[in-house]
Ligand binder design. Structure first.
Ligand code: C5P
Length: 232
């Protein structure tokens, strides 16, 4: 199973993203493109980063009726991202349609992973606004099982949930985990955080790391430290 560190490139423009990535002269990090950068620059940002040799996690979190998601995924498959995602809340029918849309005529496709419950949703808002009365961790695991049953490759989750997800969905079901900080680092707005070394111990397959690398005085050194702690 490939383990890797994915840098969350949460920059507002292509030029800032390129300036950041130009600092990496010896390696080509796996990068995550989120909504801000994608909506600012369009599909060209994916093509440009691919052309520069990066693997790409395109974090657009699709959620719509199955037919719409299927057709959108067909477009994303053509961009040649390595990982794309959607909301498991869209139901199994939507996830299955997404997989269909993502699969190219030659049978190849990007990895498809699901967001279960956003980490910004807590027990109270889930109960009072979404009217879901079960414990949050049960809901996360049930959504992960739905994603696995639909044929998806994994979920985005906390490293603290990676073990349980693997236990329920299988060792090969990917756990892609944000919420990573160096032991002495700032937590920022992340609440439940782990170090890269602990994420490795807990069984994360990919860690997604943003500010600890992008805001570091020496981003290349911070990236290398993450890789060393997480992969060895
Ligand atoms: O800067 P930081 O390391 O907190 O960045 C984490 C990245 O992972 C951000 O792009 C954030 O949007 C994303 N993410 C997250 N928690 C989730 C899903 C995505 O932090 N549950």
């Amino acid at each position: 199973m490939a383990k890797d560190v994915i840098i969350a490139c949460d920059f507002p423009s292509a030029s800032e993203t390129f300036a950041f990535l130009d600092r990496f002269t010896e390696e080509k990090p796996f990068v995550k493109i989120g909504m801000e950068l994608y909506y600012a620059e369009g599909p060209q940002i994916v093509r440009a980063l691919k052309a520069r040799g990066h693997k790409i996690f395109l974090d657009l979190k699709l959620h719509d009726i199955p037919n719409t998601v299927k057709k959108a995924m067909r477009v994303l498959a053509g961009l040649d991202a390595d990982i794309v995602n959607l909301h498991a809340a869209g139901t199994r029918a939507m996830m299955e349609a997404a997989l269909e849309g993502l699969t190219r005529p030659d049978g190849s496709r990007p990895l498809l992973i699901a967001v279960t419950q956003l980490t910004s949703t807590d027990q109270q808002s889930m109960e009072q606004e979404l009217l879901i009365g079960r414990p949050l961790d049960e809901v996360v695991l049930a959504y992960a099982q739905n994603a696995a049953a639909a044929g998806l490759d994994g979920v985005v989750c906390s490293p603290l949930e990676a073990g349980k997800v693997h236990a329920v969905c299988g060792a090969n079901f990917l756990t892609v985990t944000p919420g990573v900080r160096f032991a002495e680092g700032e937590k920022g707005d992340q609440k439940r955080v782990t170090t890269p070394a602990l994420a490795r111990e807990l069984g994360s397959d990919y860690i997604v790391v943003g500010r600890p690398i992008t805001q570091a005085a020496d981003p290349v050194a911070a990236y290398r430290r993450c890789v060393k702690e997480f992969i060895g």
